[in-house]
Design a protein around this ligand. Structure first.
Ligand SMILES: Nc1nc2c(c(=O)[nH]1)N[C@H]1C(S)=C(S)[C@@H](COP(=O)(O)O)O[C@H]1N2
Ligand SMILES: [Mo]
Length: 161
């Protein structure tokens, strides 16, 4: 009988924790690796960065019609320069995602103005994580590449070499 009494409150607590975990905005961060050095960039730094911009993009997702959207993010080379990272000495930049997806971009492509963006908002809403069914919390968008194979979702690590 005593067991029954605690069972219901216990179940309620479990359900509340479960819902809380599904809806809370995750404290996302991105790791930047340069010559063994590991720099952790908190999401707030990117969200509040003075260089963030909103730009139009056409999203092509498998099994769906192309969608005209607006993304908000920061041009990746401006992010690097604001962190005091000189990328001109690098050759390739690797972007890793939490699902194991990876793309490597040559420096020339990164240096192209208004091309490669690290984004965190789509149509005014924060990008949801993979767990929450979204493309975020961070997605790389290459504007001059209309095919979206390289629009890497869930980016969590950038390796400069
Ligand atoms: N992290 C991650 N990003 C990714 C992918 C992926 O599997 N994982 N697939 C790519 C491919 S092949 C395409 S076409 C676009 C859109 O993928 P979707 O059709 O799954 O939305 O995301 C790209 N970015
Ligand atoms: Mo694809």
């Amino acid at each position: 009988m005593k067991f029954k009494k605690i069972l219901i409150p216990l179940l309620l607590i479990i359900i509340i924790i479960f819902i809380f975990n599904l809806t809370k905005k995750e404290e996302a961060s991105i790791n930047i690796l340069i010559n063994e050095e590991d720099i952790i960039i908190k999401s707030e730094y990117i969200y509040n960065h003075p260089e963030t911009v909103v730009f139009p993009a056409v999203v092509r997702s498998s099994g769906k019609k192309p969608e005209e959207t607006e993304y908000k993010g920061i041009e990746i080379n401006l992010l690097f320069s604001s962190l005091g990272i000189d990328i001109t000495k690098m050759k390739n930049i690797t972007f890793n995602a939490t699902d194991g997806y990876r793309i490597i971009l040559p420096l020339e492509e990164i240096m192209m103005p208004r091309n490669v963006y690290l984004t965190f908002e789509r149509d005014g809403e924060y990008l949801k994580s993979k767990k929450q069914g979204g493309n975020g919390p961070f997605q790389l968008i290459i504007r001059k590449d209309s095919f979206s194979q390289r629009w890497i979702k869930h980016v969590d690590e950038i390796i400069l070499e």
